[in-house]
Write a protein that binds this ligand. Structure first.
Ligand SMILES: Nc1nc2c(ncn2[C@@H]2O[C@H](COP(=O)(O)OP(=O)(O)O)[C@@H](O)[C@H]2O)c(=O)[nH]1
Ligand SMILES: [Mg+2]
Ligand SMILES: [Zn+2]
Ligand SMILES: [Zn+2]
Length: 426
């Protein structure tokens, strides 16, 4: 579908690429041929230094330049004559591919050559970066969160979530959804609750081996306004490997603008990695849980600060204590954390509950000796809120080698709803 005339008439409109977060004007976008036969003909491909740089990093990865189907910066397509100098007044409706002769309006980001569907050109991009050290449950969290937003929270709050591209939908299904919820291998009449199919996903690959991890999962979120008008925005979710966060922080800082450019930061914490929690006699750590090194969340929050040019940082920061199912019951009976950890209470979650949990988490962290951490958060990230959640709920596995039931999440969406509200999306 070609861009509508109104959009074509504002070629200087600023776009923020939801993949690489660079900013540019609409008329700087590149165009590529998307004809099925033409783009799969290897002989017609041409070098694509922009894509190579985006996938192999600034160093180029030492590899040769990747090849792509025919692409062009419309402003330097000499076939267009004088017309090519006027794109800043009106965007071209389409360009003809010199190989197959077919018109194309398949837009690419001029900085990373990701495909930019029309929604990117017309909508504002917000994004949420999810980060934290190894094994705090980031990948599980993203998977369950998106499932919940799609199936329960969206309908409740009057919004729908759509993957930006087919590629993103497929990647989410394959790499996230299937390992945790099971795939299409079950017939419609078969028992989905048969607890024999959840496998658990494998570790998120590191940036060094797989630059694809910098490719966010991007969704457009559309909300019905009471007036009947629709409001939409883009949100991208990044799931970093904890290994990069712990060991390759310089690489992450150099390559990923995703943290400093984020409109919302979500820091996941696993309290089981805090000594005071792990040594509680009532808690029986699994073998795997007892083998992970203790966390140093104070260093983590300092690292986060180092992504920004100026402190204090204005970006909203949600700090979420994950795996509530494991540690919540050891808190004082009568607290909300204790109550929620035991399963869903009658009362639905709302902002008043968020506030209570914020206070309870803060005093728990204080008791666990995280004073430096609390002070650093207050000083450098004044716009913050504490949360607690469990992505798996009572479906958390006691043993990883056994079949695992479907997630029954507790409060997973709360930090994200807060961040979306801070960004003015909801
Ligand atoms: N008890 C409990 N375990 C969880 C939860 N979420 C994830 N886990 C476990 O934590 C481990 C690490 O999860 P993963 O999502 O791979 O963490 P990541 O390394 O941060 O991406 C896995 O063994 C998960 O089964 C949760 O909500 N509760
Ligand atoms: Mg992971
Ligand atoms: Zn880009
Ligand atoms: Zn072509």
């Amino acid at each position: 579908m070609p861009l509508d005339l109104l959009t074509r008439l504002s070629p200087r409109r600023q776009i923020c690429c939801p993949f690489c977060f660079e900013r540019f004007a609409a008329y700087e976008m590149h165009v590529r041929c998307n004809d099925h036969y033409c783009k799969s003909d290897f002989n017609r491909m041409m070098p694509d230094p922009v894509l190579s740089r985006a996938l192999n990093g600034r160093s180029g990865g030492g590899g040769s330049t990747l090849r792509s189907p025919w692409w062009v910066d419309p402003r330097s397509d000499e076939r267009r004559g004088i017309r090519r100098h006027l794109d800043w007044m009106i965007l071209p409706a389409s360009l003809d591919c010199p190989h197959c002769g077919r018109p194309t309006d398949y837009h690419l980001c001029p900085r990373c050559h990701s495909h930019l569907p029309d929604t990117v050109v017309t909508l504002d991009a917000g994004h949420i970066a999810i980060f934290g050290p190894q094994s705090v449950g980031k990948t599980t969290f993203v998977t369950v969160l998106l499932h919940e937003l799609d199936h329960r929270v969206g309908p409740e709050q009057g919004f729908i979530l759509n993957p930006l591209t087919d590629e993103i939908r497929d990647r989410y299904d394959r790499e996230y959804h299937e390992p945790i919820y099971g795939g299409g291998q079950f017939g419609v009449g078969e028992e989905r609750n048969d607890p024999t199919f959840r496998r658990g996903h494998s570790a998120t690959p590191s940036l060094e081996t797989h630059r694809g991890v910098l490719q966010p999962l991007i969704y457009s979120l559309t909300k019905r306004a009471p007036s009947g008008r629709r409001k939409s925005a883009l949100i991208s979710f990044f799931d970093t490997a904890g290994e990069d966060w712990e060991m390759n922080i310089d690489l992450l800082r150099a390559e990923g603008r995703y943290l400093s450019a984020a409109r919302g930061l979500l820091f996941l914490i696993d309290p089981l990695r805090i000594r005071e929690v792990a040594h509680d006699r009532r808690l029986h750590l699994t073998e795997k849980e007892s083998r992970v090194p203790p966390a140093d969340y104070l260093t983590d929050i300092r690292k986060l600060g180092s992504f920004f040019r100026k402190l204090p940082v204005k970006t909203p920061l949600a700090i979420c204590l994950n795996k509530l199912d494991r540690w919540g019951r050891n808190l004082e009976p009568g607290t909300m954390l204790h109550e929620w950890a035991g399963g869903l209470p009658e009362r639905p979650a709302d902002e008043a509950l968020d506030q209570t949990i914020h206070d309870e988490v803060q005093s728990a962290l204080r008791r666990w000796g995280a004073l430096g951490f609390l002070e650093s958060v207050a000083m450098n990230f004044p716009n913050h809120q504490f949360f607690a959640c469990s992505a798996l709920g009572d479906a958390a596995p006691a043993r990883e080698d056994l079949p695992q039931p479907l997630p029954s999440p507790l409060l997973v969406e709360r930090p994200v709803l807060w961040l979306l509200k801070q960004q003015g999306v909801l």
